[in-house]
Design a protein around this ligand. Structure first.
Ligand SMILES: [Zn+2]
Length: 288
């Protein structure tokens, strides 16, 4: 059979693989590891709230032709079953599935009585160690879908892991400026468990794992008491949320309100870490 193949200049360097991501920060790792071979479609947009986001017809249309769907996992996306049914289960990759999991206790009062549930904390994106592992997962999945690009994916994954190592070193150096007894991170929702675990801090959130969990007045007064007795230096709102109880606690205890942190990710991983670490150090390190 005779076929005529014409090389069109505009097609040179075009992507070999289309990948959809359902968490804004997964776009960062997918693009960094995928390089020019991969077109990344961030279905939630750059600043979507991953606790609330759920792809609809518009997003699925934008993802048409995607060979892979990278999702965060660890229970963050309740719609995964539906998504697998629509796009094919083998295409949906839970990046968080093979990463270390921290447990979190959440207080619920459904069923008429308050009780504690132990659940997986989904916020692994605050761990540079998790990002190093995530880069490997992404490279492996991309190589499976596009074996011709495997070498490049491996190389860029190593570069990304080195970048995360440097970022972690920088963060450790900065956070060391805060005296040990002040290493308590009082925040809005409980997004910083992995961050505190990695860097040896204590997390003191006023809300649960997502922003819908509204604490009882008793819980708020308990947090305020801890802030007073432990002389916590500051409380931190979030870019997207500044709950009233955080303001109430700040007023009641006279504690400083730090700059808003990025809790659920937007932009790049490095950008998020640098912003958060700088905000924490600015509020808690002794002034020179
Ligand atoms: Zn969150």
């Amino acid at each position: 059979m005779l076929s005529l193949v014409v090389a069109v200049p505009g097609c040179l360097g075009a992507a070999e693989l289309k990948v959809a991501v359902l968490h804004p920060l997964l776009a960062d790792v997918a693009q960094a590891v995928g390089g020019e071979r991969v077109e990344v479609v961030n279905l939630g947009g750059p600043g979507a709230d991953p606790h609330k986001f759920e792809p609809g017809p518009k997003e699925l249309q934008a993802a048409q032709g995607a060979q892979l769907y990278f999702v965060s996992g660890k229970g963050l996306e309740p719609y995964l079953g539906k998504l697998r049914d629509i796009v094919g289960g083998e295409k949906v990759v839970e990046v968080g599935a093979s990463l270390p999991t921290l447990k979190a206790e959440t207080l619920c009062d459904h069923g008429g009585h308050a009780h504690v549930h132990e659940t997986d904390d989904p916020h692994w994106w605050h761990s540079t160690d998790c990002w190093r592992r995530a880069a490997r997962v992404v490279a492996k999945e991309l190589a499976k879908a596009d074996p011709a690009g495997a070498e490049g994916y491996g190389k860029r994954s190593r570069q990304y892991r080195r970048k995360m190592e440097e970022l972690e070193r920088w963060a450790r150096g900065e956070l060391a400026k805060v005296p040990e007894e002040r290493r308590v991170l009082a925040t809005a929702h409980a997004a910083f468990g992995y961050f505190c675990h990695d860097f040896g801090w204590r997390q003191l959130p006023v809300q649960g794992l997502n922003r819908e969990q509204v604490p009882s007045p008793k819980f708020v007064s308990e947090v305020a008491a801890v802030i007073r007795t432990e002389k916590v230096g500051a409380v931190f709102p979030e870019k997207r949320s500044n709950p009233k109880m955080l303001q109430t606690i700040a007023k009641e205890t006279g504690v400083k309100v730090g700059e808003a942190l990025i809790a659920d990710g937007s932009g790049s991983v490095e950008g998020m870490f640098r912003h958060n670490v700088k905000a924490i150090v600015a509020a808690l390190a002794p002034a020179h």
